[in-house]
Ligand binder design. Structure first.
Ligand SMILES: [Mg+2]
Length: 250
């Protein structure tokens, strides 16, 4: 199938290269399946045991490197490339056979997973960085800082808190600064205040922590946020902007 399409294309463009690989994978899979069928082994091949075999073969790759430091590994690879290759081939055998039996187009799956990885590991964040994708992203936090009382001062302080979060690489949400703006909710109306608090705390489903800015103390509204975080198992961190060294979990 892939072979016929290659004949029509330019062998040097990317699409043709992909077709060549596709053709090779198809041929290899056919060969492997024929090998199995000639021995009547399909009867033993359920997905669970095939996945198990795949893992065991991967462990055999690992065995080559066990107990060796970086220098020893380098020397070893130089003299055992063929043996390591055999174990990698065993891994590929199970990948192809399992994909075949499950009706998975492995090249298509690789293409799709590759596109996902491109999105998860953007070059500007992942280059030279081995962190897992979720650690490369910004840390989402709920900000607790005072609002009621001296509103002017508290809004100004709240903005400084947001800036502090952003400078730490966090993506903060401060519902008390967002929803209390003109035309959104009226903090003086009990039901609207409650709605704003609930909407803000709902972000707890995504937030990794609640960060409490305590330079002006802990208000009843902030306490609600802290209690909710504790109830939901979200870490609570207390910070003070005017006393840089102060930072502890409560
Ligand atoms: Mg093996």
């Amino acid at each position: 199938m892939a072979g016929e399409r290659i004949a029509k294309g330019n062998p040097f463009d990317a699409a043709s290269f992909f077709l060549i690989i596709m053709d090779k994978i198809e041929k290899l899979t056919k060969k492997i399946v024929a090998f199995r069928d000639a021995r009547d082994w399909k009867q033993f091949h359920n997905p669970k045991d095939m996945a198990l075999s795949l893992t065991l073969e991967a462990a055999e790759v690992l065995e080559h490197f066990q107990w060796k430091d970086a220098l020893e590994v380098e020397k070893y690879v130089g003299t055992h490339r063929a043996e390591i290759g055999e174990e990698l081939a065993d891994v590929l055998y199970w990948v192809l056979l399992l994909s075949h039996d499950l009706g998975i187009d492995i090249l298509d799956a690789m293409e799709k997973k590759g596109a996902k990885n491109e999105a998860k590991y953007p070059v500007e964040k992942a280059k030279g960085n081995h962190k897992k994708w979720d650690k490369l992203l910004m840390r989402q936090v709920i900000v607790e800082s005072p609002f009621a009382g001296d509103e002017k001062r508290n809004i100004e302080y709240g903005r400084q808190c947001l800036r502090d979060c952003l400078m730490r690489g966090e993506a903060p949400i401060a519902s008390h600064l967002l929803y209390t703006q003109d035309g959104i909710l009226d903090d003086g109306i009990t039901a609207e205040r409650a709605l704003g608090i609930e909407a803000g705390l709902d972000w707890g489903r995504f937030a990794e922590a609640t960060v409490v800015y305590a330079d002006y103390g802990i208000t009843p509204g902030m306490r609600l946020g802290i209690l909710r975080a504790k109830r939901e198992g979200r870490p609570v961190e207390t910070r003070k902007l005017f006393q840089k060294s102060y930072r502890k979990a409560i």
